[in-house]
Design a protein around this ligand. Structure first.
Ligand code: FMN
Ligand code: SF4
Ligand code: SF4
Ligand code: SF4
Ligand code: FES
Length: 592
């Protein structure tokens, strides 16, 4: 029987994939094809920009941006007559070639999808679909081993936490296992607060059982009988799928009392967070689960010794847990063979910004930034010049072209002034102002600071004020040194990771793009022509035909000139709104 997979991840649902599913079911019925084809919903394929996606299996033909009106053509042309519906096929942005098979598309061909393997291919609301792809085999295997042996397997695999800091997972489990206490907890950090990041959401929506299985293996290994998944309430579909998965896992004996007939019992619960970025920090998250205000506290004691309600608690990220069943099933040796010496396995990135293919990509550790951006991502939009890539979320760093061949692993990124973070990767082209980029990210961390400690609360605000002045052309001599001083103090004295890493975008842009800061301060010029208040608008008299369009529409009355004569702009009056630039058909207006 053929399968028609319709993506039901958040991105595709937002572009009406549910209606496509309904229409497909109705069309199969009307064409008497229900015996030959089955419609199934899946989680996100990571290619949301092309959604709603429909895949016809077993051939693996991918149709993109499918609307309800397209369903009839898919049924009559493809299913009945065996002809591809050309107009719905994916078009390679570089070669312009139409590509039919999902696994031939460069975006997918160059990835190593292990954690994301099931996402987009199984129905996440059906436990049998997960069981059919060896689901819960990792748990079965773990339960047959002594706890220490399970911990050793994770240690040998080299798995490091995917939530940001890259702490060795096996070691963390061992600390919790060895910590004194009868009551222990496992916690899954599904807060995912980085703007633009949706790796964890996609895993939860597309393969929720993998995360539950990883948590249950961890619970067994450390000796926990209870666990919590802390997921942001802004992820309603992820919450819904987790609830369904949890109910099914309980029903089938994978969760709850005497799991799989052994004497291991563990209950998992879901807690919804209100979406504060700081609640992703582990001690704030634990406070929030306990019903307290989500504020970080000093560490030590680390959660492995004193976590939830003062008891030893293992906290890992969604992607970290999703790796665990794979390691148990395929072995630590297999896992350790992927990646680099110190960064094993794969990493999922949310590739966004000025790149041709945006979406979720899973790549082996050690791949270069160039391979991700130019091979998988297809290069820069409109074939403009590459300027920088911001990696590691709001506290990450901006790396310039000279680092395109940097291997993507924890240590190389940190040495270059960026960090792995949870997997945000924002590509910037030559029209991006790096001072503005630094200001943008600092604006985010400043707004999200919980205010508990002075260096972060006051210091970030000071840095933001300086950056804002610079982007408005009011920078002063000494500003850059002052920014560096403040950054050093905040990094060294802030209580939690939010403050300690918030200056990173400023420091990395100062390190690689200092001349751009200097141009703003000394010449009152934005080299990228992006900072509005530093731009001047001019009319080229040789190109202007005096059509008067700009003069009639200028909101500041800054343009003068007689009809059919070249016009001029009064820079004193110009409000730099850009209206005239967009209006002029002669391209007579230019910006300096
Ligand atoms: C401000 C801040 C926000 C964080 N947000 C997240 C998050 O959304 N998800 C996450 O897994 N870890 C986040 N972390 C890291 C966690 O504190 C913690 O290190 C992580 O959950 C541990 O899991 P891992 O070892 O599997 O990476 C954040 C840290 C800070 C300082
Ligand atoms: S560093 Fe910032 S977010 Fe962290 S505790 Fe201090 S004020 Fe709160
Ligand atoms: S719109 Fe362009 S061509 Fe027309 S008057 Fe203005 S500058 Fe000249
Ligand atoms: S940028 Fe705006 S304010 Fe300035 S001249 Fe053009 S239309 Fe007028
Ligand atoms: S939601 Fe459909 S591809 Fe991401």
């Amino acid at each position: 029987m053929g399968r028609i997979l319709v993506c039901a991840g958040t991105g595709c649902v937002a572009s009406h994939s549910r209606q496509v599913t309904a229409r497909l079911k109705a069309a199969l019925h009307a064409h008497h094809l229900e015996e030959r084809f089955q419609v199934d919903n899946t989680g996100c394929h990571g290619f949301c920009e092309q959604g709603p996606l429909v895949i016809i299996e077993p051939e693996g033909i991918l149709y993109c941006r499918v609307r309800e009106e397209d369903v009839e053509a898919i049924v009559t042309e493809h299913l009945e007559q065996g002809r591809l519906v050309e107009r719905l096929l994916y078009q390679d942005p570089v070669t312009k070639e139409k590509i039919a098979a999902y696994n031939q598309i460069k975006f997918y061909r160059q990835q190593s999808r292990h954690v994301l393997k099931n996402c987009g291919h199984i129905n996440p609301e059906n436990i049998d679909a997960y069981l059919a792809v060896e689901g819960y085999q990792g748990l079965k295997k773990a339960l047959a081993l002594p706890r220490e042996e399970v911990i050793n397997i994770i240690k040998e695999s080299g798995l490091r936490g995917r939530g940001g800091a890259g702490f060795p997972t096996g070691l963390k489990w061992e600390y919790t296992f060895k910590a004194p206490g009868d009551r222990k907890y496992v916690v899954c950090n599904a807060d995912e607060g980085d703007p633009g990041a949706f790796m964890d959401r996609s895993v939860l929506e597309g393969d929720p059982h993998a995360v539950l299985e990883g948590m249950l293996i961890a619970a067994y290994a450390i000796g926990a009988r209870e666990g919590y998944i802390y997921v942001r309430a802004e992820y309603p579909l992820a919450v819904q799928r987790l609830r369904i998965a949890l109910a099914q896992a309980r029903e089938r004996g994978f969760c709850g009392e005497r799991i799989l007939g052994t004497d291991f019992s563990c209950e998992l619960y879901i807690r919804e967070g209100a979406g504060a970025f700081v609640c992703g920090e582990e001690t704030a998250l634990l406070a929030s689960i306990q019903g307290e205000r989500g504020m970080p506290r000093p560490r030590p004691p680390f959660p492995a010794r004193q976590g939830l309600w003062g008891q030893p608690t293992n906290i890992n990220n969604v992607e970290t847990y999703a790796n665990v069943p794979l390691i148990l099933r395929r072995g630590a040796g297999w896992y350790a063979s992927l990646g680099t010496e110190k960064s094993k396995g794969t990493k999922i990135f949310a590739l966004t910004g000025k790149v041709k293919n945006t979406g979720l990509v899973e790549v082996p550790m050690g791949i270069t930034l160039r391979e991700i951006i130019f091979n998988i991502g297809g290069g820069i939009l409109e074939d403009r010049g590459f300027k920088a890539v911001q990696i590691g979320g709001p506290s990450g760093g901006c790396l310039p072209a000279e680092h395109l061949d940097l291997p993507v692993d924890y240590d190389s990124l940190t040495a270059a002034g960026a960090m792995m973070g949870s997997g945000g990767l924002v590509v910037m082209d030559d029209s991006t102002c790096m001072v503005e980029v630094a200001r943008f990210f600092l604006n985010f961390t400043q707004a999200e600071s919980c205010g508990k400690c002075t260096p972060c609360r006051e210091g970030i605000q000071q840095m933001l004020a300086i950056l804002t002045r610079i982007t408005r052309g009011q920078g002063r001599e000494g500003d850059l040194e002052q920014l560096e001083r403040l950054a050093r103090v905040i990094k060294g004295t802030a209580l939690c990771g939010l403050g300690q890493t918030a200056p990173n975008p400023v420091l990395s842009t100062l390190r690689y793009f200092r001349a751009e800061y200097e141009a703003h301060i000394r010449d009152h010029r934005c080299p990228a022509k992006s900072c509005r208040e530093l731009l001047t608008y001019h009319i080229d008299p040789d190109k202007c035909n005096g059509c008067t369009r700009c003069r009639r529409r200028c909101p500041a009355g800054a343009i003068s000139g007689e009809a059919r004569e070249p016009h001029t702009i009064d820079l004193e009056l110009c409000a730099r709104c850009g209206t005239c630039l967009d209006l002029c058909r002669q391209k007579a207006i230019y910006v300096e």
